[in-house]
Design a protein around this ligand. Structure first.
Ligand code: ADP
Ligand code: MG
Length: 392
């Protein structure tokens, strides 16, 4: 069984209502202030003085978390701030996510739709600073992953429609046609006025593999601005950032999802984390089955089909300014590359990252790991939490 401070995959564990939800119970400090001024004799003064000291110390290091949950960016978002200007941080964080959600959409009038309709015309499209940052970082990593992660995978995402009501297995000809419009080199960027263009008609950008990670980095900055040093942000459980420590003064404990359990609360293991981002990707997140075959949402741009390297899931933990974005991009890239090439990428990428490759071997999971920089081996720190799940 998990301990109570475990942050469940996709949903924070509320410890018997300890968390102060938005609009919840008022702060204890206020109730105490009235009592303090009623005391006048020395004994009473000292007892109140020590009580006050105790209150200050528990408030300073054990303040009740402020949490909020909402459905944004097509997923369940949980924001928790344990100190600093908790409420402002969480509220501003939620507003920021809603803004990003609208910016990253493919709807009429959006930056991405403008890019798509201008594709092949030679026209530059000025995009919002947030979209530009995502495009620039993504293009860079499309190159570094040798196109395993490709920010212009849009035509394939659109064609297969995995997770939508249009999902289907396309014909070979359709796949070849869509694949011919994928290629990060054909995305051009102009930093001076944060403009972008796609050089061929039929191209489109898709931010599905990076937007949540980018959002995590933005949330961390918002928390910093509000003096929050301890807290947790989770976007659907697949992109998480753990700040500082949990209310028990220990590392946050993040459950890594079992890729084949029906119950998303069955974990492969739990990773203790502090000041790091964790992302997971797998063939279990969005998929459909046809004729006994699983078709999932992570495409190999080289084949135009769902990546098939034997992996069921990949988890990446990263540190640094772009920890969220990087871990999100890398999980997708590693899933496409497979364990062997994925390990080589991680070990030579020059970032503070550690990765876990999950492959099933009968009823036992084979966990492969790779790390670089100062990150510990993720398998080495993984805690076993469920006797029914075996890994080696
Ligand atoms: P999630 O966290 O939502 O499960 P991932 O981070 O695993 O998403 O990214 C998968 C999404 O990224 C897909 O739904 C699709 O939109 C997009 N995508 C799929 N394959 C690639 C790829 N090779 N490169 C870039 N984006 C991709
Ligand atoms: Mg990803």
């Amino acid at each position: 069984m998990q301990e109570t401070e475990t942050f469940l995959y996709g949903a924070p564990f509320s410890e018997g209502g300890r968390a102060r939800r938005a609009g919840g119970v008022p702060c204890r400090k206020k109730q105490f202030a009235g009592r303090f001024f009623r005391g006048c004799d020395i004994k009473r003064f000292f007892s109140i003085f020590f009580l006050l000291l105790m209150m200050i110390s528990t408030t300073a290091c054990g303040r009740e978390p402020y949490t909020k949950t909402a459905v944004v960016m097509d997923t369940v978002v949980e924001l928790q701030a344990d100190d600093g200007e908790q409420e402002q941080a969480v509220e501003e964080g939620m507003a920021y996510l809603k803004k990003l959600d609208a910016l990253a959409s493919q709807n009429e009038g959006s930056d991405l739709e403008a890019l798509r309709t201008a594709a092949g015309t030679g026209e530059w499209v000025q995009v919002s600073p947030e979209i530009y940052e995502m495009l620039a970082f993504s293009k860079d990593w499309s190159e570094k992953t040798n196109g395993a992660f490709d920010i212009t995978t849009g035509p394939l995402v659109w064609l297969w429609g995995i997770g939508t009501e249009h999902e289907r297995v396309p014909s070979d000809a359709e796949i070849a046609e869509a694949r011919s419009h994928v290629g990060w080199r054909k995305l051009e960027l102009r930093a001076e006025d944060h403009s972008a263009r796609l050089t061929e008609a039929g191209m489109r950008v898709h931010l599905g593999a990076v937007a949540k990670g980018y959002a995590i980095d933005g949330l961390r900055k918002i928390y910093e601005k509000h003096g929050v040093k301890n807290g947790l942000v989770s976007l659907g459980g697949s992109s998480i950032y753990a700040l500082g420590e949990n209310p028990k003064g220990k590392k946050w404990r993040i459950g890594i999802r079992h890729p084949r359990a029906d119950d998303p609360k069955t974990y492969l293991g739990v990773a203790p984390l502090s000041d790091a981002a964790l992302s997971s990707s797998g063939d279990y997140e969005r998929y459909f089955e046809q004729d006994g075959q699983r078709y999932h949402h992570i495409f190999d741009p080289a084949t135009g089909r769902p990546a098939a390297t034997g992996l069921e899931g990949v988890t990446v933990v990263a540190r640094g300014e772009h920890a969220g974005e990087l871990s999100d991009i890398l999980t997708t890239a590693l899933f496409v590359l497979g364990e062997e090439k994925g390990k080589a990428l991680i070990e030579n990428c020059g970032e503070d990252v550690t990765a876990l490759f999950v492959q099933q071997d009968g009823t036992v999971f084979h966990l492969g790991t790779a790390e670089s920089g100062e990150m510990p081996d993720l398998k080495g720190i993984l805690e076993d939490v469920d006797d029914s799940v075996a890994w080696e």
